[in-house]
Design a protein around this ligand. Structure first.
Ligand code: GCO
Length: 254
């Protein structure tokens, strides 16, 4: 059997992994042999999700920290290095959304979204790169969004942060490629997650998503896992600085 997508022996930290896309990516990575470390701020929710993976006879640990706490993030990654010999991969998936008309959108709202969705990805990537370099490399995936190049009203902080994260993906890819570290991004379309529950419950909005998506439906979190495996595996060994869109074609439809 080909080893092209075999992640055995690869310790991979996934942030925002107690639900939605983050958990789906972590579960699929574990199903391909990775030793996954699930991060979120709620230890009970994390442990319950880790048990779902362990119940499949697979490897899953938890690391409870707030991604905006740079020291806690670094300590968690150093612990993975001690426990597994190296941190092979990092998926910067943790993110928040804030929807509000511009005149009611406070500066604090904006700064909070940018702090979680962009700044924490920078600090965590820097600390992961510090650990990966002596081992000859590793992989970083940033969860961006279809929104960025495309926009819609009421979510300016999210769009700015996610577009910035696309740019940071390219910036880091060109800086650390020579160290064997590949940095890419996955851009989900509209996925049926808890973060989007308010949109799913809004028939007008949900019908709009379906009408604008060539695949004619919302995506499922499980449909993001394969892209993560690809970018973490030998199959992705020469992919660097790229944005992998997983959106049913929505980003290319007029
Ligand atoms: C929104 C949604 C989007 C999706 C996704 C789309 O309010 O429009 O939350 O941001 O989460 O990012 O690609």
């Amino acid at each position: 059997m080909s080893k092209l997508f075999d992640l055995t022996g690869r310790a991979i930290l996934v942030t925002g992994a107690s639900r939605g896309i983050g958990f789906a990516m972590a579960e699929t990575l574990a199903q391909h042999g990775a030793a996954v470390v699930l991060n979120a701020r709620d230890p009970e929710a994390l442990e319950a999700k880790a048990e779902v993976i362990r119940g499949q006879g697979l490897k899953a640990e938890i690391a409870t920290f707030d991604v905006t706490d740079a020291d806690a993030s670094r300590e968690a990654m150093e612990r993975i290095e001690r426990d597994h010999g190296r941190l092979y991969g990092l998926i910067n998936n943790a993110g928040v959304q804030h929807r509000s008309p511009i005149l009611e959108f406070t500066t604090a709202d904006f700064e909070r979204v940018v702090s979680i969705n962009l700044t924490s990805c920078f600090t965590n990537s820097r600390e992961a790169i510090r650990l990966m370099t002596p081992h000859g490399g590793g992989r970083i995936i940033n969860t961006v969004s279809m929104l960025g190049p495309q926009a819609r009203p009421t979510v300016p902080a999210y769009i700015a942060a996610k577009e910035g994260l696309r740019a940071m993906t390219r910036a880091l890819a060109v800086e650390v490629g020579a160290q064997g570290i590949l940095v890419n991004a996955i851009a989900p379309g509209y996925i049926a997650t808890e973060l989007n529950q308010a949109l799913l419950d809004n028939k007008e909005f949900s019908d709009w998503v379906v009408s604008k998506t060539p695949a004619g439906r919302w995506g499922q979190p499980s449909e993001l896992g394969g892209g993560a495996v690809y970018l973490m595996s030998e199959a992705g060994a020469f992919v660097n600085g790229q944005i992998l869109s997983i959106d049913g074609g929505m980003s290319v439809q007029v």
